[in-house]
Design a protein around this ligand. Structure first.
Ligand code: ATP
Length: 268
């Protein structure tokens, strides 16, 4: 019963247009996950098996979690998220039960996307790691559950990692995580799209040039760009609080002045 309670089903609410750039990746996920979950009969008719497992790999903060949630939202699927390191720290002694429970719950609530973030923590190559027997059992159980997913059960597993090189090759065999999709760091064009997403609801002053910011943020991930926008907005708030002594930041007059300027971005 304790395991049952802790498997958290989410109804995600992230849409494709909340993700900047990554058009290729979105299209691949549409075809590999959304289509089979939405149109299982077409796949049946065509005699092709949809993938059971997809591995998203790439540098940190580039939108892997966001993509998994978006594909679940757009497929009208439920979402169960687990994190590799958490499995190791909290599940000792009841891992098998938990994994079984997750897949059971997923089938019951199908269509369901099971998302395993930082999967490298639980699935490094067998025999090569400190966890020894315990990790081996865990990987075996994960493989058993994946092998047991029925073609048309409406359950798909998406793993995410920054370290695809250390993943147990047994996980990458056909019928398991057999689609590998690179989620790359954003280029200038993608950075502009990401900045647009994160400034959608931010009042920008006329002098803010998102194109210029995109150009000058080489090496920033999506997460870094989100942090930049947040910091620029807070800089604006601080600046305006300082400039109108005694004003209440909640007053209409104050709120009207609240715009994020180019300088706020520079400072951030
Ligand atoms: P990690 O490898 O660290 O788990 P991740 O690749 O899963 O990272 P996310 O958790 O999806 O990255 O992204 C972190 C945050 O960064 C998101 O909540 C989002 O706000 C922002 N972000 C990252 N990539 C994008 C993107 N392409 N478009 C819009 N926002 C993004």
């Amino acid at each position: 019963p304790s395991a049952l309670r802790e498997v958290l089903l989410e109804v995600p609410n992230v849409h494709w247009d909340d993700i900047g750039g990554l058009e290729d990746v979105k299209q691949q996920l549409r075809e590999a996950v959304e289509w089979p979950l939405k149109y299982p009969r077409a796949f049946e008719r065509l005699g092709i098996d949809p993938p059971k497992g997809i591995l998203l790999y790439g540098p940190p903060g580039t939108g892997k979690t966001l993509l998994a949630k978006a594909v679940a939202t757009e497929s009208e699927a439920n979402f169960i998220a687990i994190r590799g390191p958490e499995v190791l720290s909290k599940w000792v002694g009841e891992t098998e039960k938990r994994i079984r429970e997750i897949f059971r719950k997923a089938r019951q609530a199908a269509p369901t996307v099971i998302f395993i973030d930082e999967i490298d923590a639980i699935a490094p190559a067998r025999g090569s790691h400190e966890g020894g027997r315990y990790l081996d059992t865990l990987i075996n159980q994960l493989l058993t559950e994946m092998d047991g997913i029925d073609k048309n059960s409406g359950v798909v597993v998406i793993g995410a990692t920054n370290r695809p090189d250390i993943i147990d090759p047994a996980l990458l065999r056909p019928g398991r995580f057999d689609r590998l999709i690179l989620v790359p760091a954003p280029d200038e064009k993608a950075r502009l799209e990401i900045l647009k997403v994160h400034t959608r609801r931010v009042p920008l002053a006329g002098d803010v040039d998102l194109k210029d910011i995109a150009k000058r943020t080489q090496g920033y991930s999506g997460a870094d760009l989100e942090a930049l926008v947040r910091e620029a907005a807070l800089t604006a708030l601080r600046r305006i609080v300082r400039s109108i002594p005694g004003a209440e930041p909640g007053e209409e007059e104050f709120l009207e002045k609240l715009k994020v300027t180019r300088r706020d971005f520079e400072e951030a």
